[in-house]
Design a protein around this ligand. Structure first.
Ligand SMILES: Nc1nc2c(c(=O)[nH]1)N[C@H]1C(S)=C(S)[C@@H](COP(=O)(O)OP(=O)(O)OC[C@H]3O[C@@H](n4cnc5c(=O)[nH]c(N)nc54)[C@H](O)[C@@H]3O)O[C@H]1N2
Ligand SMILES: Nc1nc2c(c(=O)[nH]1)N[C@H]1C(S)=C(S)[C@@H](COP(=O)(O)OP(=O)(O)OC[C@H]3O[C@@H](n4cnc5c(=O)[nH]c(N)nc54)[C@H](O)[C@@H]3O)O[C@H]1N2
Ligand SMILES: [Mo]
Length: 911
């Protein structure tokens, strides 16, 4: 380790730690040195090109750029002598000459800097009018006004080094050097993914979020909160003007370090959409249930009600029905709201029929993790990839679905880390990989067993770790003997030699991590898939150290928290089993009234089946849209229509609300207070930035009011009280208090009030009997429905960057909808040619369950016998097609594999 260095700054003796520049030390000491090309934020390299931060160094003839200059022992540095002060002013004055007359952004860092140095005008000639670059307004979310550009290169570093999107470069020289997008395309036509990192970095307003023009500082208030989209849990600051979100800035959260993606930066005007539910609604007598309500004009089917009436009607339809009731809670709401929801179902109806979208998501991963590791959460934060030398990403598409996590993965690869991606589809991470295994869909177990076979065969496993930390190794080893890569090659489609190579790279890793997503979990053998990944990590000792770990990338912003809070039919909060007498009596103690039922409840897809069978007759659905997100959605919609009584609590009149008897208008995430837990186990505070519209209310309030009408003695008046109650039964929240969360994010487990929490767990023992993790062998199980002559293609459903699940939010976010406005599927160009379909034409996709028409894109990343289909579009609902067959352990449906027919649509048929 380099020693601390002592030097003199403006006559004071100061110290510099390892890696600190003069600028850093000055800042720490409270001496502000101007800076333009230097951005004081994690991930940004200083470049020293703008000369706005010049300082004097004794004995040196020229001034030095303090943002890149490291101090040396005994150095004498001045920041306040006439020479450097004049030089810095000159730099700003020269730059000001070229600024547009009417500054786009008077509050930009450049203008602040000029003002602070007393530079109001420039003596130097402005750029010749013919040289002034034209405005580029081609992008829906950002405006480019290169007239204001000072060539500092921060946007290039933002795009290439921080987000690793490699879209922006510099072209030209000297005065005429300007940022360009993908070789001279206007920004709107480039491959830009609109993460907005460049607008955040730009010090002059040459790049601006459109919502912030003309003046970034023209806001009423700033509110720090968490992004409501994915499980990465980015912290951000809402800039609010006239009670509307004007623009958004990344904040320095532990997971995102200021970074955001397109949804987190530009995807918030859905909360101001005129489709927002603002009054409680009751179905009109005789109004037919079905997908027939215009969310902008519900009065055809619903009438406005007071809260009193709506809550009474909602509660009366549920009251006294015991086992006939089921509830779907929400992973979009807070921890406190999830906790109250499961408590309401359990306490109010005396059974455990409560579940949520985790069932459709990582249920199988969690089943395998609980079985073999003893805990369903990640063993290490995704940011730990910083300390890894090999990483596997399998069945996950983070550049689109966890874009900020992906920036860390790409940086890892850029630094020389070996990135192994396994996915039947080529995807955004492909160009960063050392190994890209594009294997056959559904063939994960064969591929992973083959890799593990090689590790055994070539004696590459970690004997010591296995002996000390695991059980069932001998059985595992014997099982793997059946899976040589030469035999598995035909099943998974990856050459044996590649499988051997990957096995050697993984087993040779000093520190390796495994990340996975829906491509692993959403299969009838999803639990087996996850078992293989756990075994692969264990046999090489890749858990419990920096840069190692198992990380199922959690999906919804609060799916980790909602699961922890007990929105699961087998578990009370903190995965305490409902079948355990001691657990139930402990909850009885805390809750006071109502016994917790000893039988596991029904899961999401089982509940839909039970409606058809007449066993479930009433439902309470909070912040979920099963009429779009369940598999075989015709069957699910028919079930919702069959209910005697359906209460839906949402922010929009969703497809599911089309079947409701009562609709309760909720406040959106940006309008409420509550905590959420991200994929990294980091618990963070969400704060209200704007008021809720009309009579909409916070979800916890609505659930509490319902509980009162069901006869439960609830008297919560603030989420803080709910959090305090949660802590009584949830050891995971030990040392995490509401007060702490008001000022910091805390990772669980946290060992003390000063401990920010453990990024890595299970170094010494696993939370299983005996402290050991387990190897559970998995055999090859074919998909439930394999292609045949009638249905010759494989249908893979999933996601795309701009849209969120069922589209409820993102199709109402103007910029996101403008970027991706039309239902689409992707096929290989050769397949399209064979079918006689031009890219952009409609095709018909048909499975045994249903048929849709959808626009086809040509995409070489999709295998020739596959179709990829996102599920965000009601006009072409993917889930009319998907297979509801379930994994026996996780009860998760096979969203990632159905047999499908693809047909060109005759022009006459297009309309
Ligand atoms: N933009 C956006 N981001 C999201 C979401 C969203 O709706 N939109 N949703 C959030 C949620 S809740 C979740 S759960 C996550 C999901 O995030 P991901 O897990 O990344 O989601 P998917 O796109 O469903 O599928 C991931 C990949 O699995 C691959 N795959 C398909 N079949 C197989 C297979 O048989 N084996 C393997 N190994 N891979 C296969 C697909 O090609 C795809 O690239 O995203 C979260 N983030
Ligand atoms: N074909 C196919 N289907 C899939 C998947 C797949 O890969 N392929 N993936 C599955 C997975 S992993 C998941 S997680 C599910 C997701 O399925 P869902 O959870 O049903 O989908 P979302 O669209 O996220 O629904 C969230 C709902 O919450 C509402 N909402 C947002 N904020 C709030 C709030 O603060 N309060 C209230 N009350 N409501 C709010 C939104 O308007 C929306 O209606 O889809 C599953 N379905
Ligand atoms: Mo999910």
């Amino acid at each position: 380790m380099p020693e601390t260095i002592r030097f003199t700054l403006d006559g004071q003796e100061v110290e510099a730690g390892p890696g600190e520049t003069i600028w850093d030390v000055a800042k720490r000491e409270g001496t502000a040195i101007p800076h333009l090309c230097h951005r004081d934020a994690p991930g940004y390299r200083s470049d020293g090109n703008c000369r706005a931060c010049m300082v004097g160094i004794e004995g040196e003839r020229t001034l030095a750029a303090s943002c890149i200059r490291a101090p040396s022992e005994g150095m004498v540095v001045t920041t306040d002598q006439p020479r450097e002060v004049a030089a810095r002013r000159m730099v700003v004055e020269l730059l000001l000459a070229d600024q547009p007359e009417e500054a786009y952004d008077k509050s930009s860092r450049f203008h602040e800097t000029a003002e602070a140095q007393g530079v109001a005008e420039s003596r130097f000639p402005a750029m010749a009018p013919q040289e002034v670059p034209l405005l580029d307004n081609s992008h829906v979310a950002m405006a480019v006004n290169l007239d204001a550009c000072i060539q500092c290169g921060l946007c290039v570093r933002a795009c290439r080094e921080v987000q690793v999107n490699d879209v922006i470069g510099m072209a030209g020289r000297g005065h005429a050097a300007f940022p360009v997008f993908d070789q001279d395309d206007p920004m709107g036509d480039s491959t830009c993914v609109a993460c907005g990192e460049c607008v955040e970095a730009c010090p002059t307003g040459a790049l601006m979020p459109r919502g912030a023009i003309p003046d970034r500082s023209d806001i009423d208030r700033e509110v720090k909160s968490v992004c409501p989209y994915c499980g990465v849990g980015c912290q951000l600051t809402f800039k609010v003007k006239d009670d509307k979100i004007a623009w958004v800035e990344g904040a320095e959260g532990p997971a995102n370090e200021n970074r955001l993606c397109v949804k987190g930066r530009f995807g918030f005007d859905y909360v101001h959409h005129d489709h927002r539910l603002t009054v409680p609604l009751i179905r009109k007598d005789g109004a037919e249930k079905g997908l027939n309500v215009d969310p902008g004009n519900w009065s055809t089917h619903f009438r406005e009600a007071t809260w009193e009436e709506a809550l009474d009607v909602a509660a009366n339809g549920l009251k006294g029905r015991g086992r006939e009731v089921a509830g779907f809670g929400s992973a979009k709401c807070s921890n406190e709201e999830a906790y109250l929801f499961q408590k309401l179902i359990r306490q109010g109806f005396g059974h455990n029929n409560v579940d949520h979208c985790t069932r459709l998501c990582h249920a199988s991963s969690v089943a395998a993790l609980l079985e073999n590791v003893g805990s369903g959460a990640v063993t290490a934060t995704f940011n730990e990839i910083e300390n890894a030398d090999v990483a596997i990403v399998i069945g996950a598409n983070p550049t689109e679905n966890h874009p900020v996590a992906a920036t860390y993965f790409k940086q890892f690869a850029k630094r020389g880390g070996q990135l192994i991606v396994m996915d039947p589809r080529g995807q955004g991470l492909k160009r960063h990989t050392s190994h890209m295994l594009q294997f056959k869909p559904g063939a994960d177990v064969s591929m992973l067993n083959a890799i593990m076979h090689v590790i055994v065969d070539e004696d590459l496993y970690d004997r010591q770790y296995i002996a000390a930390m695991t059980e069932n190794w001998e059985a595992m080893k014997a099982h793997l003997a059946e899976f040589p890569p030469e035999k598995m090659e035909a099943i998974c489609g990856i050459p044996a030699e590649t499988l051997r190579d990957v096995a050697r790279v993984w087993a040779g890793a000093k520190s390796g991590m495994i990340f996975w997503g829906m491509g692993i979990s959403q299969h009838i053998h999803g639990t087996d898939n996850s078992r293989c990944l756990i075994s692969l990590a264990l046999m090489c000792g890749q858990v419990g150290r920096p840069g190692t770990g198992l990380h199922p990338l959690r999906g919804q912003n609060n799916v980790q928290g909602a699961s922890d809070a007990g929105l699961i039919p087998m578990f009370l909060p903190d995965y305490q089993s409902v079948t355990d007498d001691g657990v139930r009596s402990a909850f009885h103690e805390i809750w006071g009234e109502g016994e917790v039922a000893p039988e596991k409840g029904l899961t999401v897809v089982e509940i839909m089946d039970a409606i058809h069978e007449g066993d479930i007759r009433a439902m309470y659905i909070l912040g979920e849209n099963p009429a779009m997100s369940d598999p075989d959605v015709d069957h699910a919609r028919a079930a919702l229509a069959k209910l005697d009584h359906l209460v839906v609590q949402d922010i929009f009149l969703t497809e599911t609300a089309n079947y409701a008897d009562v609709i309760l208008p909720a406040s959106a995430w940006v309008e409420k207070t509550g905590t959420v837990t991200n994929t990294n186990r980091q618990v963070q505070m969400g704060r209200p930035a704007v008021p809720w519209p009309g009579q909409a209310r916070e979800d916890w309030w609505i659930t509490t009011e319902l509980a009162k009408r069901l006869g439960l003695g609830w008297d919560y008046t603030h989420p803080r009280e709910v959090f305090a109650e949660m802590k009584q039964s949830m050891a995971s929240l030990d040392n995490i208090t509401w007060e702490r969360l008001e000022s910091e994010a805390v990772t669980y487990p946290s060992s003390g009030l000063d401990d920010p929490g453990a990024a890595i767990v299970f170094a010494d023992a696993f939370p299983r009997d005996g402290g050991r993790a387990r190897f559970t062998p998995a055999s090859v199980v074919p998909p439930d429905e394999v292609p045949d002559t009638d249905y010759p293609f494989v249908l893979i459903t999933g996601r795309q960057l701009e849209h969120w699940h069922t589209g409820a939010m993102t199709r109402r976010a103007s910029m996101l909808d403008a970027l991706e406005p039309e239902a689409n599927c992707s096929l290989h160009p050769r397949t399209l040619r064979k079918l006689g379909v031009e890219p952009g034409d409609l095709v018909r996709l048909t499975t045994r369950r249903g048929s849709i028409k959808v626009m086809a894109r040509a995409d070489r990343a999709v295998a020739e016998d596959n179709v990829f289909l996102p599920f965000a579009y009601v006009e072409a609902s993917a889930n009319l097609l998907t297979n509801p067959a379930l994994d026996p352990y996780g009860k998760i449906p096979e969203f990632k594999y159905s047999a499908v027919r693809v047909e060109a649509i005759a022009p006459a048929d297009v309309a």
